[in-house]
Write a protein that binds this ligand. Structure first.
Ligand code: BTN
Length: 243
């Protein structure tokens, strides 16, 4: 990872550039990183607030030789790695399935995964990581104030985004190799250490319906396991946990 690094002081979105580079042959492990994004993108067409020097805004290009339906596992592993790195700074990060990282119920980091695949082969994945590092409370726009946080707010320390980026990439490289040789199941326990609301009742929303259920854990393949009030158990591959 990181043999090829594209760094831009200002860019619309590292994700958009990384996708273009991947589509034109950028090698596995290429990283696109920016000091500032003017049009950072989040999941579900949301924008991602990414001002200069306030956090880590980067996208990784991966070309894993796995089936496309396993790609979400890699995103879960990235979330685990971010949580592990954050936990070194005297805070208690938790991962809201699939991949929001919260500290004290507020979002400190989000991951956006996009993929180009054909039938049973991944051409490339682009994993975008946004991590709020050095914002103070008043730096978030009004609509984000109640839901967003930064590592500085939570730990009281100002940190160097570059050092944290290195830590994340080094750890992820290690985890990625383990994953490619042994699969997700052996790494599942790491995710569970940081699972948000495990064993608790939450409000779940999918494209089809919304209901309350208890998060029982994740399946060997990374799907979310929910127990419903009537005792039935279901596994979800895509859903949003509301509260
Ligand atoms: C989310 O929680 O909705 C995902 C946020 C992902 C933000 C990152 S910042 C780097 C990369 N470039 C983007 O435009 N988005 C991702």
């Amino acid at each position: 990872l990181g043999k090829s690094i594209v760094h831009k002081p200002t860019i619309a979105s590292t994700q958009t550039l990384a996708k273009q580079l991947a589509a034109t042959g950028a090698e596995h492990g290429t990283i696109v990183i920016a000091d500032e994004q003017t049009a950072g993108r989040g999941r579900m067409q949301r924008t991602w607030h990414s001002r200069k020097g306030e956090g880590i805004w980067m996208s990784l290009i991966l070309r894993p030789e796995i089936l496309p339906n396993k790609a979400p596992q890699i995103t879960l592993l990235v979330a685990t790695v971010i949580a592990e790195v954050l936990s070194n700074f005297n805070v208690k990060p938790l991962i809201k399935w699939p991949n929001d990282i919260l500290i004290n119920d507020k979002k400190v980091s989000g991951i956006l995964t996009e993929m180009q695949a054909e039938q049973d082969q991944i051409e490339f994945m682009v994993i975008g990581i946004g991590l709020n590092v050095n914002q103070s409370k008043d730096m978030f726009p009004a609509d984000l104030k109640p839901i967003a946080t930064s590592l500085k707010i939570q730990s009281g320390q100002k940190l160097d985004p570059i050092v944290m980026t290195q830590q994340i990439l080094m750890k992820f490289e290690d985890v990625y190799e383990k994953y490619i040789s042994h699969g997700f199941d052996v790494l599942k326990g790491n995710w569970l250490k940081y699972g948000y609301k495990l064993g608790e009742k939450v409000y779940i929303q999918t494209a089809k319906r919304q209901w309350y259920g208890v998060i029982e854990g994740i399946e060997p393949d990374g799907a979310l396991r929910i127990k419903n009030d009537d005792g039935s158990v279901e596994t979800l591959y895509s859903a949003e946990i509301k509260w």
